[in-house]
Ligand binder design. Structure first.
Ligand SMILES: O=C(O)CCC(=O)C(=O)O
Ligand SMILES: [Fe+2]
Length: 315
């Protein structure tokens, strides 16, 4: 059967039960696919025989950049910079994890389009990030062609601020400005997810949803779907670390954009210009095989840039 809904990732499609039969999935891939479809996340062992050595080198290379004394067991590890974005640009091991060929092949099979990694985040401690879905930060048109892969770079216990998530929340309505009645194009926010916090809390309450935490073993990884609600729980013990890497992935032939700064329904789309970490090349925004022009030359955007500049200029 050819897929009548190619605008949805396979694992997010209501037709998934029929479509999966044609994917020639191994038993392990099938289990991952079913869990993603039903719960919005799935755990797997990261497929890299050099992983331990990579993790050692990453910790050595990145440690000095966080402004924390990692050698002293008594020091507070949470005071410094809690994350480094895009360390793949200077750290080959971060890049190799993000561009792991087996993970790219797996994601491509699960989504029905070729996956590419476009952003890395390296955390030495818990993020304590409020509940959110990544889709307000990075989304795609058609939607849901984005996912995160979170890798535990050590064993992570309950006091280290483990990742948490709400199983099944990927099926709730995708959070957008239209949904919460806010205009976002040209807005200036300290945190792109802040405007949606109350709505997410209300949805959790309405569903009487219970968070699960991921008490991960070193080398375990978790895929989350674009709309899965997740965050970082409180780190109760500030003297311990919680080394982890998140890689965010997009998929070919989509428009890539930031919903928090977009009002899609009136054509104001804050485009992204992702670079694929595996080959270092830009991936053009495209729709049904045709390149899409950047609308940033529109008067509205220019006005908003001028507005932001004037705001900064005025202090
Ligand atoms: O690692 C965490 O605590 C959450 C990270 C996260 O939400 C993200 O990178 O998208
Ligand atoms: Fe996130």
């Amino acid at each position: 059967m050819s897929n009548p809904l190619p605008g949805l990732p396979l694992i997010e499609s209501p037709l998934f039960p029929m479509l999966k039969a044609e994917q020639e999935l191994t038993a392990q891939e099938e289990e991952i696919a079913i869990t993603l479809h039903e719960k919005g996340y799935a755990v797997f062992e990261f497929p890299d025989s050099n992983l331990d050595a990579r993790i050692d080198r990453i910790k050595r290379n990145l440690s000095p950049r966080y402004g924390v004394d990692f050698d002293n067991p008594q020091s507070d590890k949470t005071t410094g910079e809690r994350r480094i974005q895009d360390a793949w640009t200077f750290d080959e091991d971060v890049r190799a994890i993000a561009a792991n060929a087996a993970v790219l092949d797996l994601l491509s099979k699960l989504y029905g389009r070729r996956a590419f990694p476009f952003q890395t985040l390296n955390f030495p401690v818990g993020t304590q990030q409020d509940v959110h879905s990544d889709s307000v930060h990075f989304s795609s048109l058609p939607e849901r062609f984005m996912c995160g892969v979170w890798l535990a770079m050590e064993n992570i216990g309950p006091d280290a601020g483990p990742l948490f998530y709400y199983p099944g929340s990927h099926r709730w309505p995708i959070m957008t400005n239209a949904l919460i009645g806010r205009q976002g194009y040209g807005a200036d926010l300290d945190s792109a997810q802040e405007p949606y916090g109350a709505a997410w809390q209300a949805m959790c309450q309405a569903h009487d949803a219970h968070a699960e935490t991921f008490l991960a073993s070193k080398g375990q990884a978790l895929i989350w779907c674009a709309n899965l609600l997740h965050g970082g729980s409180r780190q109760h013990n500030a003297r311990i670390t919680r080394w982890s890497q998140v890689t965010h992935y997009y998929f070919d032939d989509c428009i890539y954009y930031t919903p928090a700064y977009s009002d899609e329904v009136i054509g104001h789309v804050h485009l992204r210009h992702p670079i694929s970490i595996d080959d270092g090349h830009p991936r053009p925004n495209s729709y049904l095989g045709e390149k899409v022009q950047d609308p940033s030359s529109e008067p509205v955007k220019r006005a908003s840039v001028r507005h932001r500049f004037m705001k900064r200029f005025r202090g």
